[in-house]
Design a protein around this ligand. Structure first.
Ligand SMILES: Cc1ncc(COP(=O)(O)O)c(C=O)c1O
Length: 366
């Protein structure tokens, strides 16, 4: 494998195992030496112990996975009829598009790349409405007209910039979606980092809006993308018609995630961590001459504009075993990078690596 092959072939962050393979690391060596700031995964892990008896794996999982569904009912304040488990949100995106096959898909960009991929597979027409990430006060794009009966896709908090739009800010878009009889796919995967209050979410609208679908990844906040499990929240009319595999998640998925959701201290610890770690990362990044601008963020990642080509920086840091997410595949050009908020020790290692870069004669910035 060539040294730069990871970034060449993959449009996703989170290439921890690809880098480990490139280096010839064992899993243990990789855990000790690689820092992944490219996937925005919580550095805190809830209490999970693998105490599932292997003998239970000789049986098909309970269907539905009652323990996990009950934990989700409590956490997200929804009735069980509005909840479906899925083998990760990435799988749900493709499956929902394959089911709805909309003539027109409207993507509010930039956004998670799997939506574009799904739209290209299953939709006749792809319409892009660009959010103004340079100027969050400009909300004119929220009023842009959408075709009747289309499928609208919005990620909130948004990637890669971390902007959160309150239900009140989204009101013009919601009104139009209803009037135009559109499906609205709202991806709230990063919302738990802001909290679980119903006021932050569109969940309260589900009961009376049969065309609203909320996608809730559980792998980011609960720090377990190695499990493939997520939740789709929607009206029962949609859920009853959306075809799913008979056992969408494994016993291991539901057992571990149920434990994670029941860790009562976890939310409090996260709020405390994020309120300190997010400004810590931004303050440190602002000291680097390689960083031109840190975008304001409400969540657990920071979008930065760089003074050097982003790919040059991400490649150099990859050589130091630090993974960052260049954002050209989000349509932002080669001067944007997304960086996950982690611990201050990790932030310091990042800044040291950036500083080393500015000392090298070939990379001199100023
Ligand atoms: C906005 C958003 N939604 C959904 C996903 C998919 O998450 P998963 O398949 O791990 O549930 C991602 C992954 O990066 C994401 O960024």
């Amino acid at each position: 494998m060539l040294n730069n092959e990871i970034s060449a072939v993959v449009e996703h962050g989170g290439q921890f195992f690809a880098l480990a393979k490139l280096r010839g690391f064992s899993s243990q060596q990789a855990l000790e030496q690689i820092i992944d700031l490219s996937a925005s995964i919580n550095p805190n892990q809830p209490r999970m112990t693998q105490d599932l008896s292997l003998s239970l794996l000789r049986h098909y999982p309970p269907q539905p996975a009652d323990n996990l569904v009950n934990a989700l009912i409590n956490k997200f304040q929804l009735p069980s009829e509005s909840i479906r488990l899925t083998n990760g949100i990435s799988a749900a995106i493709l499956s929902i598009f394959a089911h709805l096959r909309p003539d027109n898909t409207v993507l509010y960009t930039p956004l998670y790349g799997e939506y574009q991929r799904a739209a290209e597979c299953y939709s006749r027409n792809l319409i892009e409405i660009k959010r103004d990430i340079q100027n969050p006060d400009n909300q004119a794009w929220l009023l842009e007209k959408v075709p009747a009966n289309s499928l609208l896709v919005f990620v909130n908090p948004a990637t890669p910039d971390g902007t959160y739009y309150s239900p009140m800010q989204l009101a013009p878009l919601l009104k139009q979606a209803r009037e135009q009889n559109c499906w609205l796919l709202m991806d709230e995967s990063f919302l738990p980092f802001l909290g679980f209050s119903e006021n932050l979410s569109l969940r309260p609208l589900l009961a009376n809006w049969p065309k609203l679908i909320i996608l809730q990844s559980l792998t980011k906040y609960y720090a377990c993308p190695g499990l493939r499990v997520g939740a789709v929240f929607a009206h029962r009319d949609f859920l009853n018609h959306w075809p799913q595999a008979a056992w969408p998640i494994s016993s291991l998925d539901s057992d571990l995630l149920t434990q994670a959701l029941q860790d009562n201290q976890f939310d409090q610890d996260n709020q405390a961590w994020l309120s300190g770690a997010q400004p810590d990362l931004i303050d440190r990044l602002n000291t680097s001459p390689l960083i031109k601008h840190c975008y304001p963020t409400q969540t657990n990642f920071v979008l930065v504009q760089t003074r050097r080509p982003a790919k040059q920086i991400t490649q150099a840091l990859q050589n130091a075993n630090i993974l960052l997410r260049p954002c050209d595949s989000f349509g932002l050009g080669d001067d944007h990078i997304r960086i996950a908020v982690q611990t201050s020790a990790t932030h310091q290692r990042l800044i040291n690596a950036l500083n080393n870069l500015t000392k090298e004669p070939n990379h001199a910035v100023i």
